[in-house]
Design a protein around this ligand. Structure first.
Ligand code: URA
Ligand code: SF4
Length: 186
């Protein structure tokens, strides 16, 4: 078993897929390593590629608002991405890039041992929950796998494109918070 710091070093030096040629900074997950809740988005954006920190651009502002609405904060959660390097022009990460990067996410999950996993957006939901997951129809629903509750919500960038999605995502976040409270202390 590697330590978290060792894992971070591997990610920072990684060249397992071709995104290593175009990225500026690999973006390791960030947050509370003792948290019971893990948020997984798809891949770093341009801002994150510049500063190496997940969700620090416009999507990050929406994400922070959603956390606040549900009385949560970055200090009490852990946040990461399926793919740790920025795909050029924000394209979806390719299946082979996801395949190359997924061991890091698996390792983060192993170290964290979360009780709840929240996928942010379709890409993460289809990778983590089910390949045919329909985000529009199924966001906010929970399934249980190996004693872990899994759910998905709209990606913050989808809310930026369509602000009418904000209110229902607030409701999803509030239901997630309730679930968290029912699973015991963080
Ligand atoms: N979008 C993502 O999916 N992840 C980030 O870290 C930032 C933007
Ligand atoms: Fe490595 Fe993942 Fe970056 Fe590809 S996306 S180079 S697998 S850290």
């Amino acid at each position: 078993m590697y330590t978290y710091e060792e894992l971070k070093h591997f990610v920072c030096a990684c060249n397992r897929c071709s995104l290593c040629k175009t990225r500026n900074h690999p973006v390791m997950g960030k947050g509370n390593l003792h948290s019971s809740i893990l948020f997984i988005a798809e891949a770093p954006g341009q801002t994150e590629d510049q500063n190496g920190i997940p969700f620090t651009g416009r999507s990050g502002q929406i994400f922070d608002q959603l956390l606040t609405e549900a009385d949560m904060s970055r200090e009490e959660i852990y946040l990461t991405n399926v793919v740790k390097c920025h795909p050029p022009r924000n394209r979806d990460p390719l299946p082979e890039e996801q395949e190359a990067c997924i061991p890091y996410l698996k390792y983060e999950t192993l170290l964290l041992r979360p009780k709840i996993i929240v996928c942010l957006g379709r890409i993460a939901a289809q990778r983590i929950i089910r390949p045919n997951f329909r985000i529009t129809r199924e966001h906010g629903t929970f399934v249980t796998r190996k004693n872990v509750s899994l759910t998905a919500v709209y990606h913050p960038s989808a809310i930026l494109r369509d602000p009418t999605k904000f209110a229902e995502t607030v409701r999803d976040f509030q239901a997630i918070k309730k679930k968290l409270q029912n699973t015991g202390p963080m």
